[in-house]
Design a protein around this ligand. Sequence first.
Ligand SMILES: [Mn+2]
Length: 265
Amino acid sequence: MEYDIIGDIHGKAPVLEALLRKLGYRRANGSWTSPENRMCLFVGDFIDRGEHQLEVVEIVRSLVEAGRALAVMGNHELNAVAWHRRFRPDTPKNRKQHLEFLAQVGEGSDLHDELVEWFLTLPLWLDLPQLRVVHACWDPASLDVLGARLRDARLTEDLIECATTGTANALAADGTREPGSPVFAAGETLLKGMEIALPEGMSFHDKDGHLRHHVRMRWWMRTPATFADIALGTGERADPALEVPIPPGVLPGYDDAKPLFLGHY
Ligand SMILES: [Mn+2]
């Protein structure tokens, strides 16, 4: 099998359709055909932002159901699950991020329920014979935490709360409760990436002018020299304040056992 790997779509259905046509995929009798021995791999983030979010979900879902695609969950689908179950705080910032999806689907509608149920069928990662896929970060420690609890890399109903809130306790493999939520931290890492706290007293201004004490990081780097080397989202030129050596052993790096494909960044 050969794969056509398609990045974050965010509600841009016409662009997705044009790409699929260019790659030789065709709609046929409510299903899909694909070029011989090919299928799509979607890296997540189907919703939020764009004008045609329902169409994007319909296309990806019908390709998956036709056996012509595999797809992983993005952080926007995880947020949608959390919002639907009322575990995601209804703050102005969170609502604004999800507003377009809620308007298109009709918040609280049967379709809203149905799409969230489909989001829950998406695995958080794929480890295929030839390659791996995860939305943001292939972190072995987080994969261990989730691999022991999820079913085939998918969230189960009883794990939704602890996977989407920072306060709920997580169920251990033997059914006991653990303090805090390693499941939440692990899910955040895989779907939103890794952040690192800057050394005590250090901060920088991001491209939106917000003062930051943590940086999103290029977790795949092996030999970072400074915080500036690994920092994402610091704009064209990293703040000179970040030119500070980073402690060894902080980054998970990547073992290169197979090619890894990400979205998100
Ligand atoms: Mn994302």
